[in-house]
Design a protein around this ligand. Sequence first.
Ligand code: PMP
Ligand code: GLN
Length: 398
Amino acid sequence: MTSAWQRTAAGANLLGSDGRLGVTIFEEMTGLAVRHGAINLGQGFPDEDGPAEMMEAARSAILSGANQYAPGQGIPRLREAVAEHQARFYGIALDPWREVVISTGATEGIAAAVLALAGPGDEVLTFEPFYDSYGAMIALAGAEHTTVPLHAPAFQPDPAELEAAFTPRTRLVLLNNPHNPTGAVFGRETLERIVALAARHDAVIVTDEVYEHLVFGDRHVPVASLPGARERTVTISSAGKTFSFTGWKVGWISGPEELVARVRTIKQFLTYSSGTPFQEAVALGLGYPDEFFAAAADTLRAKRDILAEGLRAAGLDVFVPEGTYFITADTSPLGIDDAPALARRLPELVGVAAIPVSVFCHLGGAERTRSLLRFAFCKKAPLLHEAASRLAGLADAL
Ligand code: PMP
Ligand code: GLN
């Protein structure tokens, strides 16, 4: 019998990282960036704080005594704000008392959902590449991780491959839309196909929508809003991306009472409850007018374009993302076929850090994505221009 840390480490793909226990690829690249004074476009976090008013709200919550445990389910005001947000943007009606739980970031929501809803003998299906914690959590749950490849340039699944990936053992589909690391957005048709396949196989859908407001085309379509989806879908999101407070670690889980109750049963023994004063502040933010959320995407779109242009000028093939704050670029036009090795040299070579896409894959997928790098563009425009000018020297530096 393997222990939990062994299963977790086996499921987390350490390819391309130096494999040190307890150090993610993101932290490894951040460490290299700091050591070489490089611009860190690896680990995805903004270099500007979110709204000052929300920071003030957290501060006054602390000063006015919101310093003891929050209820395990989350403070009522935030649960209500999550329910109102889902109704306002997506027309999804939720009972804040039974169908919403606050988590310690989306990370805990994912962990609790996978542990609650899948176990030995079950298959959990994700796209590949997949966000790193999915592999680790599926392994920790003792379930089997199956994948459907996303195909460049748009990083969409092939309908036949999607259908073939479902089996009678598929218990859970762990979706991520918009998608990290590729920046792909899955449209209504793909989502409807997933809902139909999940229904046919009686699988639950867990959907990680942390980038829901960071989309550059049409408004985000949550899978839970599609016909036939609500009763089998658990939706996870968080304040980190939308409000540029990745360090606050406030997330939320919503869906039908019965599924949410199962997830809550696990969550209560992971962290029990999540930072009280931050919950107050996030409740305020979720109530901001529509324009606030639209402005976040507009600002980011301009940044995306700066970095995309810089990467193109550096000689890379760029896959322009439809959402998230990540760009995937192919280094093969520069004659590179080992992006993980390049990623480790890049901070010293040109003073920019990135993440190899293969770390978001199993072995076969890692082969297919071996020349790809992921760059984060949630940084101030002058810094992105500086990164672009450094990357312009890449071909000569190689
Ligand atoms: N899911 C995805 C797809 C992410 O990219 C991230 C963070 N980058 C998370 C979950 C984790 O979110 P949180 O910080 O709220 O735990
Ligand atoms: N989710 C962030 C990213 O994709 C990093 C979070 C982390 O460091 N685990 O870059």
